[in-house]
Design a protein around this ligand. Structure first.
Ligand code: NAD
Length: 348
């Protein structure tokens, strides 16, 4: 594995490795950028077929965190960690304590949080070894489940798009097709239903789609049909790459605005949306509500402040849409430009 080649490809930065023989810990902390503040990002605890994949995962995700933090105006840079899940038997408590000591040794340049494979209980164990951790229990200053905040931010992003593209201030009667009614999708449906929007939904899990039908009067369609629903807004809230060569030509919406990460299979699909006259709310800008909330936790949790900041996602998305129209460029590129301007300014 050529580590430095990977670092330059992802435009780094610092990467820290830790091994603890006693617990079997093998961990990587990738710190992409700290110009706007200490890096913040989740800790993944999953199997990796080989360690190069773990490194690339950390590098890619930490870079994404820099962009998400910068666009949402929080005083943090981008970081991410991975713990390679041991093949042999391990003591979870000892492993996460060792990881906590590793995070602590970085002196606050990296603050960790929950991610795939980790839980609030793991964050509590990490907390016994370092204060540079978020996502702990509410009685220890934790901010709880991020999903309702992510959904609130997405709803605000949808409102900004609707105002920009249709000149409307209200979501009353707006038709939104939501793909994926999981943690965020469910709360998004609730937000939209409360404001009078009409919903069409699809989920791999029929119980989740059925719940949306029961609670919000949503129309349920198949996993395939959701892409071609004639609607105002298509909201991808499932997995990544929902916008690809197969799906973009089938969309019959004016706006794409949802919670999923990495919605564009490739950047060119963002260009494609623009050419089709579809306004796309860049994923990392519209889905930052959970991150904004967790960052508030690190500053000393204040629910009202957190909510106010998340509501501000409206302004971010509106600004991106305006600049994109003026520059005749796709919105994803404008979002990147805004971040790069902020980082360059902070470096001076
Ligand atoms: P989740 O796993 O709770 O929900 C995803 C849902 O999508 C599940 O109900 C799943 O059954 C469904 N699904 C999977 N494949 C599907 C398909 N092909 N068609 C329709 N439905 C499908 O995850 P979540 O926490 O709700 O996150 C959703 C997305 O938002 C993810 O991409 C995640 O990375 C992103 N995101 C989440 C948060 C957060 O606060 N949870 C924050 C930022 C971004």
């Amino acid at each position: 594995m050529n580590v430095f080649e990977h670092l330059s490809h992802h435009d780094y930065g610092q990467v820290h490795f830790a091994r603890d023989a006693a617990t079997g810990l093998q961990a990587i902390v990738a710190i992409h950028d700290t110009r706007l503040g200490p890096s913040l990002g989740g800790c993944r605890f999953i199997h990796y077929p080989h360690e190069e994949l773990a490194l690339v995962d950390a590098l890619r995700l930490a870079r994404g965190m820099t962009y998400k933090a910068a666009i949402s105006g929080i005083p943090h840079g981008g970081g991410k960690s991975v713990i390679i899940r041991p093949q042999r038997q391990f003591d979870r408590g000892a492993l996460f304590r060792a990881f906590g000591r590793f995070v602590d040794s970085l002196g606050g340049r990296y603050i960790t949080a929950e991610d795939s494979g980790t839980s609030i209980e793991d964050m509590e164990i990490i907390r016994s070894a370092t204060r540079f951790v978020t996502g702990v229990k509410p009685e220890h200053g934790g901010s709880g489940d991020p999903s309702p905040y992510t959904a609130l931010g997405v709803r605000r992003g949808i409102e900004a798009c609707v105002k920009f593209a249709q000149g409307r201030d209200s979501l009353e009667g707006l038709h939104v097709a939501v793909q994926g009614i999981g943690h965020v999708g469910y709360w998004l449906c609730k937000e939209l239903n409360d404001l009078g929007a009409r919903l069409t939904v699809a989920d791999v899990d029929p119980h989740k789609a059925e719940r949306a039908r029961r609670e919000f009067g949503a129309t349920v369609v198949s996993l395939d049909e959701i892409f071609s629903v004639e609607c105002d807004v298509f909201a991808p809230c499932a997995l990544g790459s929902a916008l690809n060569d197969d799906t973009v030509p089938r969309l019959r919406c004016a706006i794409v605005a949802g919670a999923a990460n990495n919605q564009l299979a490739e950047p060119r699909h963002g260009d494609d949306l623009m050419h089709r006259g579809i306004l796309y709310a860049p994923d990392y800008a519209i889905n930052a509500g959970g991150l904004v909330n967790v960052a508030q936790e690190y500053a000393g949790y204040d629910e009202q402040k957190s909510r106010t900041r998340v509501l501000g996602i409206y302004d971010t998305i509106f600004e991106i849409a305006e600049r994109a129209k003026r520059a005749m460029q796709p919105t994803y590129r404008i979002a990147d430009t805004i971040v790069e301007e902020k980082l360059a300014k902070a470096a001076r």
